[in-house]
Ligand binder design. Structure first.
Ligand code: ADP
Ligand code: TRP
Length: 332
């Protein structure tokens, strides 16, 4: 039996290099593997916890969809859909909510960290928390459990959410008998966390990202902004502690990386290192960027692909929902 793999990306920002290296690239590798059935989706209703502007929601949702496709997702191999097109996810989300102890959600990181920050700032604990943020892990559990997912490739920050999905599956199974598969997460340990312009983890929350499909001029400008020290060009440099080198190694060939490592050790000017980083990055991005732009210019094509994916996903979801509803005693 093939294992079911599933993951989602929420449309809360433009896809950046960190998203590509840490999430999309490993997921695409799994999609090529014949031992797995893969389902990838745009988690637009998770995005709604943050994005409350119509035009922005549309643009960001298409942006995430176009990015997956431009980077090589084959919708004939992986089921590819928009979360909001699968009403069964939301139906299951309510059912799971009725099995979710409130205390479990009080302890979920995303909510807890806002509550703690509020406490520190002397605000009311729940200030700025909408119920979407609070129940976020339940919707994510529904995403996962509806498709009998065994493996969920995610970043470290999402481990707790997968564990919550597992807990909810167990509560349900204990009550009604084996129904849900218990999911596990996969963390790509070897995928280093990609640093951003300031050396911290590249993240839209830190405003230090390089958007993946940036125009060449803008890309060059962003690369020029990468923080460096004031050592002169001839001074030997440690490649391992350089943000520029960390980024370079993701896009250059192994031979180029080895050669560059030697040049750091011999001494290289930061200006030159940045110029060469731009060259490898830009030549990697050129083709997918053109694809991305073509797709963004034809949202009807994106809609058609996503709808087709949703139809395939619902073929699995609808009969499973009937089974679940029969078990809880409300099928009619
Ligand atoms: P952000 O941190 O910009 O808000 P998200 O939390 O939306 O990004 O992440 C979407 C996916 O991209 C997750 O699977 C996450 O682990 C991955 N990811 C985000 N930033 C990085 C990074 N700098 N390096 C590696 N993976 C990352
Ligand atoms: N919460 C995930 C993130 O912020 C996105 C997501 C939503 C997801 N539903 C999912 C990831 C289901 C894996 C499986 O990155």
């Amino acid at each position: 039996m093939k294992k079911q793999v599933l993951t989602g990306i929420k449309p809360t920002g433009r896809i950046h290099l960190g998203n590509y290296i840490g999430a999309i690239k490993p997921a695409l590798k799994l999609a090529e593997n014949d031992f797995y059935n893969t389902a990838y989706f745009v988690a637009d209703y998770h995005g709604l916890t943050k994005i409350h502007d119509q035009a922005e929601m549309k643009e960001l949702t298409y942006g995430v969809a176009a990015a997956w496709l431009a980077l090589g997702l084959d919708p004939d191999r992986a089921i590819f859909y928009r979360q909001s097109d699968i009403p069964e996810i939301f139906e299951l989300s309510w059912i799971l909510a009725c099995f979710a102890p409130k205390g479990l959600l009080n302890r979920a990181h995303a909510y807890k960290s806002i509550a703690e920050e509020n406490h520190k700032m002397g605000r009311e604990a729940d200030a700025g928390v909408n119920m979407g943020v609070f129940t976020y892990p339940i919707l994510m559990a529904a995403d996962i459990l509806l498709f009998q997912t065994e493996l969920v490739p995610v970043g470290k920050d999402q481990i707790q959410h997968v564990e919550i999905a597992r807990d909810l599956a167990e509560y349900f199974n204990n009550q009604y008998g084996e129904t849900f598969v218990l999911p596990d997460y996969i963390i790509e340990e070897e995928t280093a966390v990609l640093p951003g312009l300031d050396g911290r983890k590249m993240s839209k929350s830190y405003n230090n990202t390089i958007p993946l499909f940036e125009q060449p001029k803008k890309l060059q400008k962003l690369i020029n902004k990468i923080k460096t020290d004031s050592s002169p060009p001839e001074e030997p440099k440690n490649p391992e502690s350089s943000i520029i080198f960390s980024l370079y190694r993701e896009f250059a060939t192994p031979e180029q990386v080895e050669e560059m490592r030697k040049r750091y050790q011999r001494g290289i000017g930061w200006g030159q290192a940045k110029k060469e980083l731009f060259e490898v990055m830009n030549s990697f991005i050129e083709e997918p960027r053109a694809q991305y732009e073509t797709l963004m210019a034809s949202p009807e094509k994106l809609d058609a692909i996503l709808k087709e994916g949703a139809a395939k996903a619902r073929k699995k979801a609808i009969p499973f929902m009937t089974e679940i509803k029969t078990k809880i005693g409300i099928f009619h």
